[in-house]
Design a protein around this ligand. Structure first.
Ligand code: ADP
Ligand code: MG
Length: 387
């Protein structure tokens, strides 16, 4: 029997459109001998729509038209099975779903929100759990956890908008403990949105104000000079992790911009996402490769990653110092292009991710999550509860 795979994409994030592209690529590469694709579009205002037409990227050229072409659905369960239920007359079950495959990028979705929602529903899904997802989204939490796990990260500091409102001069003074140039980032965005480099105090203020438009939590880091950007994908779960090829990516600007990542170069499903420049495998020494792979393992283990993730590193080519930059819990294009030389086609990658999702659900199901007790029968309402 073929499994019905519900692909969820879209969502209230600055990477809404990128998520649609990633999902359409994945849906069109799924092995249709084994699986049926069920496309589920999450609108920017949090509604779910289903349509077979969502398998085509053209459907989304105008988002309002895309919505009109779909059927608004709600998720419900029947006999333990997830069901898409039509949310308008005639109310009825539209599709059964066996497993959800979230292809969502960014804040409000990839950050553990969708994982949490699917955990609440009690359905299998193909993604890392809530903990990995939320730490993966927060560039500050990520650095704290990974530094404590023996992974090298660059010098950083952080603050909240509330600190800045209370005493901006003190915040600026604290931040300037790290020497210029500095890079300022909204802590929980992606795709280079709101990120800027400051070479002096005036620019620092300007970049902070830009970053504050996107997040109330701000990260400031030392700039890694003579930069080579190196990415690797990790596939698996805490039983075993496989590592992909390492890619080198480069852009036109001082930092890899949204433009560099998605708009400037070759388009098309065979290319993946970043377009300006990419070299696979990256031209690096064996020692750096081994160090990068070791840090990738440590990161996967510390976060308890499951499915496929992409981990991005920065190398200072002069000092040969390697830093973890960030973890992408649901990477653009699911990083399928990094597995080619390992003989793993996109279809097989998706197959592995689905199997990992099923295994995660089955393993969780074996653990006790509730008790049958007489606590409520014996509770008389006069005592406090100790937890
Ligand atoms: N510490 C740094 N030093 C130099 N360049 C950086 C540094 N951090 C980020 N960059 C540049 O900015 C880009 C975007 O930053 P990143 O933290 O990866 O954010 P995003 O989640 O938006 O991709 C990187 O790809 C890199 O080009
Ligand atoms: Mg990045």
């Amino acid at each position: 029997m073929k499994l019905n795979i519900g692909f969820i994409f879209g969502g209230n994030s600055t990477e809404h459109e990128i998520s649609i592209i990633s999902a359409v690529q994945a849906m069109n590469n799924l092995d249709n001998e084994k699986y049926n694709v069920v496309p589920i579009y999450l609108t920017k205002d949090g509604k779910f729509y289903y349509s077979e037409e969502y398998k085509k990227v053209e459907t989304f050229k105008d988002l309002n038209t895309a919505i009109k072409r779909g059927t608004e659905i709600l998720f419900t369960k029947k006999d333990g099975q997830l069901v898409l239920f039509r949310n308008s007359f005639p109310y009825k079950a539209v599709k059964n779903i066996d497993i959800i495959f979230p292809v969502l990028h960014g804040y409000n979705t990839e950050d553990g929100s969708i994982a949490g929602y699917l955990e609440l529903l009690g359905v299998p899904y193909c993604e890392s759990d809530i903990y990995a997802s939320s730490i993966g989204q927060d560039k500050i939490m990520q650095k704290m956890v990974l530094r404590a796990s023996g992974v090298n990260v660059c010098d950083y500091c952080y603050f909240y908008e509330s600190d800045y409102q209370k005493d901006s001069a003190k915040v600026i003074q604290d931040v300037m403990q790290i020497p210029f140039p500095l890079i300022v980032k909204p802590a929980r965005q992606g795709s280079s949105v709101g990120i800027g480099i400051a070479h002096n105090k005036d620019e620092l203020i300007e970049k902070i104000e830009t970053a504050l438009e996107y997040d109330e939590k701000i990260l400031v880091e030392e700039v890694v000079e003579d930069l080579q950007e190196l990415n690797i994908a990790v596939l698996g779960d805490n039983y075993a992790y496989e590592l992909s090829d390492i890619e080198e990516v480069y852009g036109k600007d001082e930092i890899l911009s949204y433009q560099d990542k998605y708009l400037s170069g070759a388009k098309g499903s065979s290319k993946g996402m970043a377009s300006t420049g990419r070299k696979i495998p990256a031209d690096i020494e064996g020692k750096i490769k081994a160090e990068l792979e070791d840090m990738a393992y440590k990161t996967a283990k510390a976060l308890n990653i499951s499915g496929v993730v992409r981990i991005d590193f920065m190398l200072n080519k002069k000092t040969n110092k390697l830093y973890l930059n960030e973890v992408n819990i649901i990477p653009g294009s699911l990083a399928f292009y990094l597995w080619k030389s390992k003989g793993l086609e996109y279809k097989d990658l998706l197959d592995k991710i689905i199997n990992l999702g099923i295994k995660k659900f089955q393993n969780k199901d074996k653990k006790l999550s509730s008790f049958t007790t007489n606590v409520l029968a014996n509770f008389n309402g006069t005592k406090g509860i100790k937890k």
